[in-house]
Design a protein around this ligand. Structure first.
Ligand SMILES: [Zn+2]
Ligand SMILES: [Zn+2]
Length: 429
């Protein structure tokens, strides 16, 4: 489903298309049932009509909310953001990326608790839009089941009257209309049933579609490695530890569900006019920090790194990493000292590069060398990265992979320098 985000036709007709589809199933069916004089058992009862129309109004309203509610954004208090090299960084927003946020290439910003960018609502399913999206799916499915019951009654009457002469039965146009409605109803019911199921699962387990993908990738890599942990050599020669990580945001199903709906009041969860959680102010609270279940040795370990990405970066830019701390120190030094430091760094890079190349060559000869498991079989280096069993990449969920996790997540040096300068200016005043 998520792959539809890039189909140009679907992009432009998604929302009016969905509205038309609802109108067709919701109102054309009622016209046929009410005005076809030959279709048994006649018009729906008042109770059936009222129930169905209330559901239709509710699902239209919740769809409107799912389409129009803002997926949320991060507002930073100061022009100077606290420097923390451990935090994830979005180079598109030029700002830190809080946990569970991803940069959506359609919304063009970091979206809090991004689940996926939905082609049918042309909006992100996120911290703020999730409750509306879930309510829309629940009411749509209820309406589809009510319509299914109405259709079933008509088919049952047909079957009961199967021995009657055909000319006493329903007209051909009524039968054709019934068949078309049933066909569309069946396809939509299956598709929306699957969507409801996956969304309910994501709600109860507090795991977004993107996080589900990350977990799949993590488990596949861990399985291929056959160990609980191993070291991967980064582009600067540094070691990254790959270890098994538990999904940390599942904090018990009731807490998961309350957190997503923004309230622990169960009655409020499915109230169509209920609101949604809002991103916290002052860089704190909802959307900025997330409670963890404590199954990992420390907090903030999610998402698990992709050793393949690190390996690839190593091959492409051996020793390409820079020593931020050293470069920051040099800002205050004289031009001569800076030149000297640069030469030293260049020499250190050259040595490191040599060491890595030697290590790589060694790896190619001896597969079982040492404790490193850099040679865990991965996909081809030219392959476009990991895909799940449906062939989906993070890009298919709307994520801007250029701004995504991995080595690029580090705070860039330019940013560190900018902040340092700004800090100094504020100190002087
Ligand atoms: Zn961003
Ligand atoms: Zn989006």
């Amino acid at each position: 489903m998520v792959g539809f985000n890039d189909a140009p036709l679907i992009q432009s007709i998604a929302v009016p298309g969905v509205c038309l589809l609802i109108a067709f199933l919701g109102y054309f069916s009622q016209i046929v049932f009410r005005y076809s004089t030959t279709l048994e058992p006649g018009p729906p009862t008042t109770q059936e009509t009222v129930t169905f129309n209330i559901l239709l109004a509710t699902l239209y309203y919740t769809y409107y909310q799912a389409v129009t509610v803002d997926p949320g954004r991060y507002v930073f208090q100061d022009a100077v953001i606290e420097v923390d090299e451990k935090k994830r960084w979005c180079k598109k927003c030029e700002a830190p990326k809080p946990p569970r946020a991803h940069h959506c290439r359609h919304c063009e910003r970091c979206v809090p608790k991004m689940d996926h960018h939905c082609p049918w609502t042309r909006n992100c399913v996120s911290l703020t839009t999730f409750p509306h999206f879930l309510r829309f799916l629940v009411y749509t499915n209820l309406a589809l089941w009510v319509l299914g019951r109405l259709l079933w009654h008509r088919y049952y009457s047909l079957w009961e009257n199967r021995h009657m002469p055909a000319y006493l039965g329903p007209s051909l146009s009524a039968l054709v209309a019934l068949a078309i409605i049933s066909l569309v109803h069946f396809v939509v019911t299956v598709a929306l049933g699957i969507m409801l199921f996956t969304t309910l699962k994501s709600w109860v387990f507090n795991q977004t579609m993107i996080e589900g993908w990350e977990q799949d990738r993590h488990e596949t890599i861990a399985e291929r490695g056959g160990r609980d942990w191993w070291d991967v050599t980064g582009p600067g020669g540094e070691k990254f530890r790959f270890e098994k990580i538990e999904f940390p945001y599942d904090i018990g199903f009731f807490n998961n569900m309350s957190q997503a709906m923004g309230t622990s009041n169960v009655l409020w969860w499915f109230f169509p006019f209920a609101g949604n959680p809002a991103v916290g102010k002052n860089e704190r609270g909802v959307g900025w920090e997330w409670e963890e279940n404590g199954f990992n040795r420390q907090t903030g370990m999610w998402p698990p790194p992709d050793p393949e990405k690190i390996r690839r970066a190593t091959r492409q830019w051996p020793a390409g990493r820079r020593d931020f701390a050293a470069e920051l120190r040099e800002v205050d030094e004289s031009a001569e000292a800076r030149k000297e430091a640069f030469r030293e760094r260049q020499e250190a890079d050259r040595r490191r590069k040599q060491a890595i190349v030697a290590e790589l060559e060694e790896d190619e000869v001896d597969d079982d060398s040492g404790g490193d498991l850099d040679d865990v079989p991965y996909a081809d280096d030219r392959a476009p990265g990991w895909t799940n069993s449906d062939g989906e990449r993070l890009r298919d969920y709307g994520v801007d992979e250029d701004a995504e996790e991995g080595l690029d997540d580090d705070v860039p040096l330019g940013e560190l320098l900018k902040r340092r300068k700004a800090h100094r200016q504020t100190d002087e005043h």
